[in-house]
Write a protein that binds this ligand. Structure first.
Ligand code: SF4
Length: 286
């Protein structure tokens, strides 16, 4: 019997006999994920991470809906391999020149566009992608952006991470988790994701997305990105995570108190290979 049929069956039995429907347990959910997620949410309440004020979600926030959607698409296309501060500043420069508009971008030559968005990572290639995307928006979508995942993925320079982010924030239609480098790293540190059929860490953001989506409740799919991005920008940083400041680090603190040892020595450490995938896991892993 499929889960869907099982749920309908349980609901029907519940209505007939007034019994409590057991919630369906998601296979593969890590045992302590809810407590850890709550702890991360508490740490993120201050809203001090760059993503909180300069993330793609904030692009074109003063513009009407159609223009805002275009600003979100352009900001997202510039954001890969680029810090939020740099992307945000590039969006501001485009806005000042009246270029958060597909028609205006198509009429601007590529070199000028590239100079305006510099020092965004791969700015020359991205200028080309942005011009092509603008043309497609004008010719096929009446100047708006594509409203489906597949149409977004058909744009050059737009991968799954960007397409899911645009669907979530521009169209409020979340169809998958946007997994960037922070979500990928932290999910692996916490032991939340595994390669299909193994207990091995995931090696690509796509593997992480698919693994997370198997157990994370859908109402967390959209907020998990800015939540973990901000956590990764401020505390669970790539090179030296600030475990001594980590509010979910209770196990570690208890061990520290019991053993009188310094927290620093128990942080996840890279092995000498320098390969991020070889990084030791977080002490909070179940
Ligand atoms: S690696 Fe450190 S900062 Fe990151 S979740 Fe674990 S204890 Fe917290």
């Amino acid at each position: 019997m499929s889960c869907k049929n099982l749920n309908s069956c349980l609901l029907s039995v519940s209505l007939q006999k007034n019994v409590r429907v057991p919630s369906v347990v998601k296979v593969g959910a890590p045992e302590n994920w809810e407590a850890i997620l709550k702890g991360i949410k508490n740490m993120r309440l201050s809203g001090e991470a760059p993503v909180d004020t300069m993330g793609c979600e904030k692009a074109g926030s003063c513009l009407p809906p159609k223009e805002k959607r275009f600003a979100v698409l352009i900001s997202t296309m510039m954001s890969s391999q680029t810090k939020d501060e740099v992307t945000h500043a590039a969006v501001e420069r485009l806005s000042e020149k009246g270029l958060l508009d597909p028609d205006a971008i198509v009429r601007t030559d590529e070199a000028t566009l590239a100079n305006l968005i510099k020092p965004v990572g791969f700015y020359q290639r991205k200028a080309n992608f942005i011009k092509e995307a603008s043309k497609i928006c004008l010719e096929h979508f009446g100047g708006d952006i594509p409203s489906s995942l597949n149409e977004l993925l058909a744009l050059k320079g737009v991968g799954p991470k960007m397409a899911h982010l645009v669907m979530s924030i521009a169209w409020k239609n979340t169809q998958g988790i946007c997994v960037d480098t922070h979500v990928h790293r932290i999910s692996n540190r916490l032991g939340w994701v595994f390669r299909e059929g193994t207990k091995q860490k995931t090696t690509t953001p796509e593997q992480t997305r698919m693994s997370l989506e198997k157990w994370l409740p859908k109402d967390e799919w959209e907020p998990i990105n800015p939540l973990l991005v901000g956590f990764g920008q401020t505390i669970c940083t790539p090179l030296r995570p600030k475990c001594d400041l980590c509010g979910i680090n209770n196990k570690l603190r208890a061990r520290q108190a019991a053993a009188g040892v310094a927290l620093r020595g128990m942080q996840p450490r890279r092995r000498n290979t320098g390969d991020q995938r070889m990084e030791a896991p977080c002490c909070l892993r179940p």
